[in-house]
Design a protein around this ligand. Structure first.
Ligand code: ARG
Length: 588
C-alpha cells in the first residue's frame, strides 16, 4: 500500500512554495512548522528569514500569507500573529480525507517504508548461562524488542544478537563438578520446565561452589578445566553444552512469558567469538593499538583514569593468557561490521557498563574496525528502583527474580480484569490478566526514557487511570465494544463533507501524526516517544467520546464517520502498542 503524506508535510510543502513565490532569498527557508494550541499548526520560521533579509517580519509574513493557497483542500485559513508567526488552520475535509487514506492502508496506516534501509545489528536480551535473570535483563529485553519492532517497521534491516554470557572462568568449576557427578542434569528432552531447569542449575552451582571453596584439589581440577575449555577439548565442551542447553530451556520460558519472540539462531553468546579471540589480540598488538603491560594486553586512554590518577586500561588478554569480556566484544564488532555488514551497532545494555563500551568502541576505531561510516551506540538504560528509591531488591535484600516479578504483575492484573469483567470466562480472565500484567511491566519500562532510572511500582502500573498500558488497553477494548454495537448496515466510513467538532479535529490531527512519531521514535531509538503519543491518543479519544455521541449522532453519515474515527484510533492504538510489544485484547 502507498504511504500517505501527512498533513504537516503537505502544509510544509505549501509554505515552501509560498515562500519561494514571495522573494527569491526566501526559497528553501525552513518555515519551522509545529503543532500549536492556538491554531492547528504554527510556523515560526519567518522571524529568522526577516532578520536575514532585513525586512519587517510582520510585513514579510503578510506577503507570504498572500501567496498561500487556501480552500477546502488543505489550508482553510492562515493568518499572521504575534511578531510574525503564521497560524494555520486545516480544512475539516482535508483531515477526514487524509485519515481515510490512512485507513485504506490497514496494516501500516500510511506509514512510509524507507527507500534506503541500512543494516542495524542490535545486541539485546543477553542473560547469563546458569544464572537467574533479573530486572536488568528485563529492561534490555523489553527496550531491545521495541526498538527492533520500530526499526523493522520503518524498513531497516535488523540483525538480532543475544550476546549471552556463556563463556569464562566460572564454567571451570561447573564443568568439573558435572563431570564428577554426571547424572545431575539428566532428563529427557522436553521433560523439565523453565523453572525446574533454573533450579537444577542453581542447585548445581551452589554445591559446586561449596566444594570449590572447601576442597583445594577440586579447585585445582576446576582451574584445569578452564584451560581445557578454552583449548576446545571435546569432552569439556560437551559438558559445557549441557549447561547452555539447560539454561536455554529457562531463558525461552522467560521470553515466552514476556510474550517475546527470540530465535535460537540469534543467540550468539560470548562463546560464539571464541575462534576470533587470538586473532583479535594479534591484530591489536601488531598495530600497536594494544600493548603488553605487566603481562596483560592492554589499551590505554588518556581520559580514563583511576582514583590514583593513573590510566586504567581496557584489558583484552589477561596475563595468564585468558580472554575476557572486552576481547569478546571486540571480536563481535569485527564479525558484525565485516561479515554482517552492519552500518549501525546498537547495544541495549545497562548504563553501568558505559565505560566498557566507551573503551571498546574507541579501541575498535583505533584498530580501523569501526570506520566513519559505522555508528556504534550504547543504548544505555538506567536502574530499576524499588519504592524506596534504592535499587530494586526483595525484602530479604536479594535481587528480584524476573519470573517472580512477572507472576506478581499477572496476579495483580488478573484481579483488575476480574473486577471489571462483565462477560468474560475464567479462561479469558486468565489470558487477559497475562496480557495486561505483562503489558503493564513493559509499558512502565518503555514510557520513561531508557537512560533514566524508574521505580517499579506494581500498584501504579496496573492502575486504570493515568499513563499506563491498562488505560490504553481499556481504551482499545472500549472502542471495539462500540464498533460491535454499530447499527445494522452502518459500517465505519469516512465522510469528508461533514464539518468536524473541535474534539474530532484534535483527534484526527493526532492520528495523522502517528507516522512522524514512529519515524522519530525509530530514528532516536526512543520508544518512550511512541508511548507518550499513544497515551495522548487515548486521552484525545476519551474527550472526543465525551463530547461527540457516536451511535446516537444526528445522521447515519455522522454515525458512520464517527465510527470511522473510532476505528482508525483503535487501529493506531493496536499498531502502536504492537511496536511496544504489548497486546491489545479485543474485550476486557
Ligand atoms: N550478559 C551481560 C550481562 O548480563 C550483558 C551483555 C551485553 N552485551 C555485550 N555485547 N557486552 O550484564
Amino acid at each position: 500500500m502507498a504511504s500517505v503524506t501527512s498533513l504537516s508535510d503537505s502544509v510544509q510543502q505549501h509554505l515552501a512554495s509560498a515562500l519561494s513565490a514571495t522573494r527569491p532569498e526566501a526559497a528553501g527557508a525552513d518555515p519551522l512548522l509545529r503543532r500549536s494550541d492556538r491554531a492547528d499548526y504554527q510556523a515560526n520560521g519567518i522571524l529568522a528569514l526577516a532578520k536575514k533579509a532585513k525586512a519587517n517580519p510582520r510585513e514579510l509574513a503578510a506577503e507570504v500569507v498572500s501567496h498561500v493557497v487556501t480552500g477546502d483542500e488543505l489550508i482553510k485559513d492562515v493568518e499572521v500573529s504575534g511578531p510574525g508567526f503564521l497560524n494555520i488552520t486545516i480544512a475539516d475535509r482535508a483531515i477526514t480525507a487524509n485519515l481515510a487514506a490512512r485507513y485504506a492502508d490497514t496494516g501500516r496506516l500510511g506509514v512510509p517504508v524507507t527507500a534506503h534501509p541500512g543494516t542495524t545489528v542490535i545486541d539485546y536480551a543477553q542473560p547469563n548461562v546458569a544464572k537467574e535473570m533479573h530486572v536488568g535483563h528485563l529492561r534490555s529485553a523489553v527496550i531491545g524488542d521495541s526498538v527492533v519492532q520500530l526499526l523493522e517497521f520503518t524498513g531497516e534491516n535488523v540483525v538480532r544478537r543475544h550476546h549471552i554470557g556463556d563463556w569464562g572462568t566460572q564454567f571451570g568449576m561447573l564443568i568439573q563438578y558435572l563431570d564428577e557427578h554426571p547424572h545431575e542434569l539428566d532428563h529427557k528432552e522436553g521433560e523439565v520446565s523453565g523453572e525446574e531447569a533454573m533450579s537444577n542449575l542453581d542447585r548445581l552451582y551452589k554445591t559446586a561452589r561449596k566444594l570449590f571453596d572447601s576442597d583445594e584439589e577440586f579447585k585445582t581440577r576446576s582451574r584445569r578445566r578452564v584451560v581445557d575449555l578454552q583449548a576446545g577439548d571435546p569432552r569439556t565442551l560437551s559438558i559445557w553444552q549441557k549447561f547452555v542447553d539447560e539454561s536455554k530451556i529457562y531463558f525461552f520460558s522467560v521470553f515466552e512469558k514476556l510474550d517475546m519472540e527470540i530465535q535460537d539462531a540469534d543467540i550468539v553468546g560470548e562463546s560464539g567469538y571464541n575462534d576470533m579471540l587470538a586473532e583479535t589480540c594479534r591484530l591489536l598488538e601488531e598495530s600497536g593499538v594494544a600493548v603488553r603491560s605487566e603481562g596483560a594486553l592492554c589499551v590505554f586512554f588518556e581520559d580514563v583514569l583511576g582514583p590514583d590518577g593513573k590510566q586504567v586500561p581496557l584489558i583484552v588478554q589477561k596475563s595468564d593468557g585468558g580472554y575476557g569480556y572486552a576481547a569478546t566484544d571486540l571480536s563481535a564488532i569485527r564479525d558484525r561490521v565485516f561479515r554482517l555488514k552492519a552500518d549501525t551497532l546498537l547495544y541495549v545494555v545497562d548504563a553501568r557498563q558505559a565505560l566498557h563500551f566507551k573503551m571498546v568502541f574507541e579501541t575498535a576505531r583505533r584498530a580501523g574496525w569501526l570506520g566513519d561510516d559505522v555508528k556504534a551506540i550504547q543504548l544505555a538504560f538506567g536502574t530499576v528502583l524499588g519504592k524506596d528509591g534504592k535499587p530494586f531488591k526483595t525484602r530479604e535484600g536479594e535481587t528480584v527474580k524476573l519470573v517472580d516479578l512477572l507472576d506478581e504483575a499477572i496476579d495483580r492484573a488478573s484481579a483488575v480484569v476480574r473486577e471489571k469483567a462483565q462477560d468474560l470466562s475464567e479462561e479469558e480472565i486468565a489470558e487477559r490478566g497475562t496480557q495486561v500484567g505483562v503489558g503493564a511491566v513493559k509499558y512502565a519500562d518503555l514510557s520513561t526514557s531508557a537512560n533514566r532510572d524508574y521505580k517499579f511500582d506494581l500498584d501504579q502500573m496496573v492502575s486504570l487511570n493515568g499513563d499506563t498500558s491498562v488505560y490504553l488497553q481499556y481504551a482499545y477494548a472500549r472502542i471495539q465494544s462500540i464498533l460491535r454495537k454499530a447499527p445494522e448496515g452502518v459500517r465505519p466510513s469516512a465522510h469528508p463533507e461533514l464539518a468536524l467538532h473541535e474534539a474530532e479535529r484534535a483527534l484526527g490531527l493526532h492520528v495523522d501524526a502517528f507516522a512522524e512519531t514512529v519515524a522519530d521514535a525509530a530514528r532516536e531509538y526512543a520508544p518512550h516517544k511512541l508511548a507518550a503519543y499513544l497515551y495522548q491518543l487515548a486521552s484525545l479519544y476519551t474527550s472526543f467520546y465525551d463530547k461527540c455521541p457516536v451511535l446516537k449522532a444526528e445522521s447515519p453519515d455522522q454515525v458512520a464517520n464517527r465510527l470511522f474515527l473510532c476505528d482508525i484510533t483503535a487501529r493506531t492504538l493496536h499498531r502502536g502498542m504492537a511496536l511496544l510489544g504489548i497486546r491489545t485484547p479485543e474485550r476486557l
